[in-house]
Write a protein that binds this ligand. Sequence first.
Ligand SMILES: C[S@@+](CC[C@H](N)C(=O)[O-])C[C@H]1O[C@@H](n2cnc3c(N)ncnc32)[C@H](O)[C@@H]1O
Length: 272
Amino acid sequence: MPRPDDAGTTSAVPGVPLAAAVPAAPRVAAEIFGPALGLAERYAALLVGPAVQRGLLGPAEASRVWHRHLLNCAVVAGLVPSGCTLIDLGSGAGLPGIVFSMLLPDVTVTLLEPLARRAAFLAECVQILGLRNAEVRRGRAEELAGQLSADVVAARAVAPLYKLAGLAIPLTNPGGVVLAIKGAGAEAELSRARPVLGRLGARDVRVLHAGEGKVDPAATVVRFTVGQVRSRGRRPAAADDRTARAGGPAGHAAGRPRRVPPGRNRGRRGGG
Ligand SMILES: C[S@@+](CC[C@H](N)C(=O)[O-])C[C@H]1O[C@@H](n2cnc3c(N)ncnc32)[C@H](O)[C@@H]1O
């Protein structure tokens, strides 16, 4: 059945109580979400309905839930290595963690969120959407360093990069990766954050553009690898600031969660 571009709305999504009309998925969503499109539609209904009602998402976000939120996160899934563990730091209403969980069933996702109402909404989403590879952890990143870690720490709209680095790096396994989903100001944020990144042992720092040619604007991601934290007084190695290009969505590898070296990225990449 043809999908309306962005204009149409639907109010009947199975299993999800609706308080408002849910914008119909744009055509590109079918390509990007693939077999997970149905889950994405149900999650869109949860965002537009209960999340807006409870003040977790602004009412103005409802009309742009696909482009600004779901697709912006979905195209970044292609940067997540197969079979890794991942923390969504400051998950809020589940972005990007819930989207990654539905697109990447072989990745074990922890949705980290300190606020009770948000954590409760996340738990409802996990249960309603049947996401067996996702769990909710309530807490602040700085309180959980040493207790919680993962191969990949992803974050969107949590803090400026210089501050986010200090929250994310202690949660990242040595050799693991931080993916900070940023907006148009990513390069400027990176310039400011460079001394902190160097001090904290970040390596191979890159600004990537995910989903080019599929979503507009493409998602901008600051990606870096985490080494050993450097001791005070030692001069940090210069961070690598090459600008690179990344593809779109991840493949849909099936199977049980398993751990693999986090440097091993997914073979299949959508969009460029
Ligand atoms: C602006 S919201 C963004 C939510 C979501 N990532 C998104 O893109 O829609 C920032 C979220 O980060 C959480 N947060 C702020 N500081 C945090 C910290 N130190 N540790 C963990 N989460 C934090 C907040 O509670 C809030 O839910």
